[in-house]
Design a protein around this ligand. Structure first.
Ligand code: MN3
Length: 217
């Protein structure tokens, strides 16, 4: 999945116009081919002369950028975050959406009273991001679903969030179609959430928690 240097811009798993009318084709082209491509290029450039950092996975770069030499720290933090966050965002949406089922559906009922409760909380969190950033659906270290937000290209990974779903609320994600109406974009976004992949990530997050818990015994 191209998790190491040199990073490439992975193709979208669906056509650029597949999410119409909720997310428009032109936005998808600009967002994937220009914005994400720039993060990929800038991340590779930041790592170019640092063989030790080239051995780190994308997730390690995102989580541990603070341990890198000061001269490259900000560039890696912002651009590894840009690549990681966009890959997860494009993997959070699909044209062929199904409703959540199984363990994830049960957890959504438990934490939010149901899907509409979750959508409402996710929307409120996404609206609360001042300026550019993201809203996340995470699994906490206690194994519960929780919503988090992050500014710029930050991630909540180091805060114990195992991410299962990500909403990009940078204006470039919606401005061409929804203008300044972030709330309208978020209502449309709810129609294209990939609950199948969210369910897979939910199971993976809970498995990795169990592995960590067993190691501690
Ligand atoms: Mn974006």
């Amino acid at each position: 999945m191209n998790d190491l240097y040199p990073f490439i811009n992975l193709p979208l798993p669906y056509a650029y116009d597949a999410l119409e009318p909720y997310i428009d084709e032109k936005t998808m082209h600009l967002h994937h081919d220009r914005h994400l491509q720039t993060y990929v290029d800038n991340l590779n450039a930041a790592l170019k002369d640092h063989p030790e950092a080239q051995r780190m996975s994308l997730q390690q770069l995102v989580t541990y950028s603070g341990r890198l030499p000061r001269s490259m720290r900000a560039a890696v933090h912002n651009n590894a975050g840009g690549v990681y966050n966009h890959r997860l965002y494009f993997d959070s949406i699909t044209p062929g959406t199904h409703l959540p089922s199984g363990e994830l559906e049960r957890a959504i009922v438990m934490e939010f009273g149901g899907l509409s409760g979750l959508n409402e909380k996710l929307k409120a969190a996404a609206l609360s991001v001042f300026g550019s950033g993201y809203a996340w659906l995470c699994v906490t270290p206690a194994g519960k679903l929780a919503i988090a937000t992050s500014p710029n290209q930050d991630t909540p990974l180091a805060r114990g969030c195992c991410p299962i779903l990500l909403v990009d609320v940078w204006e470039h994600a919606y401005y061409l179609k929804h203008y300044n109406l972030r709330a309208a974009y978020l209502d449309d976004f709810a129609h294209v959430i990939d609950w199948d992949k969210a369910e897979t990530r939910f199971a993976e997050c809970r498995m990795s928690r169990q592995r960590i818990a067993r190691r501690r015994l």
